[in-house]
Design a protein around this ligand. Sequence first.
Ligand code: MRU
Length: 328
Amino acid sequence: MKDLRPIIWDDDKKELILIDQRKLPHKLEYFICKTYEDVAFAIKDMVVRGAPAIGISGAYGLALAEIKGDDIYKAYNILKNTRPTAVNLFWALDRCLEAYKKGKSILDEAKKIHEEDIETCRKIGMIGEKLIEDGDTILTHCNAGALACSAYGTALSVIRFAFYNGKKIRVIADETRPRLQGAKLTAFELSYEGIPVKVITDNTAGFLMQKGEIDKIIVGADRILADGTVYNKIGTYSLAVLAKYHNIPFYVAAPLSTFDLKSSEEDVIIEERSEDEVAYIDGVRIVPENVSCYNYAFDKTPPDLITAIITEKGIVKPKKDDILKLFR
Ligand code: MRU
């Protein structure tokens, strides 16, 4: 087992050290955050990405504001406005702000959130791996791995623990246009550990399902509503529809910090990123100058397309009663 840790807190220097995910897979470089503004930039520019990882980073960002004597409420708002969809960011910032209001150390709270996430991801893997059979080929989308969390990942933790337990599995990673988290990050972190992985273009997924080559699909989530509606990387919904048509189990792996029991669909903002991410490949424009592009970063998958949700507290059906029980 090779330990990939995308977020490191340097307690001596009081700095947040992040793997610079914009540089992977070619360079394993680190991005140092000395201020909360550095952290806000890192989240916005996707130096760090993935729902749990931006939550943990946001928490350390608020801790940096505390350490530097900055206005905590201003820092909170700036960090909160970096990315709108993943609820883990708001959950972690709110937890830190609550601690601050009670006179507690924000840094201690951030460290707690970070440590808890490692254990949570480990549990998701140990619980979820029971769903995986020897010989399975598993399709995943985007990167719901160690790089998206503190360690192990969510969807990739399930895959990792199946592999650690000796199951012979194969992973198919969607490249995940336009930021290519599947091709760049999932392929990097699985091959780094020697887990067999093959990358496909996003539009190959249906053909592989039709050929009978996919046994299971496991993805992560950025937000899950009380009724089991899942928000995740754009393209997740298309996969879920295809999975239903082909009778392939479709699993979502996520920690309880990804559940948003208060919001309804109207409250959720789907992030729209720069059109340039779609229009340009490697700095070269591929779309005619006079044509604009859609660049939605996430989509919405209704509960009836989801087989089950794997959490650190167990595996549940995407149904309100079952989900609420997780929080009792
Ligand atoms: O835009 P990103 O790379 O932050 O999107 C990440 C995803 O959609 C992941 O699937 C999700 O955050 C789950 S991470 C365990």
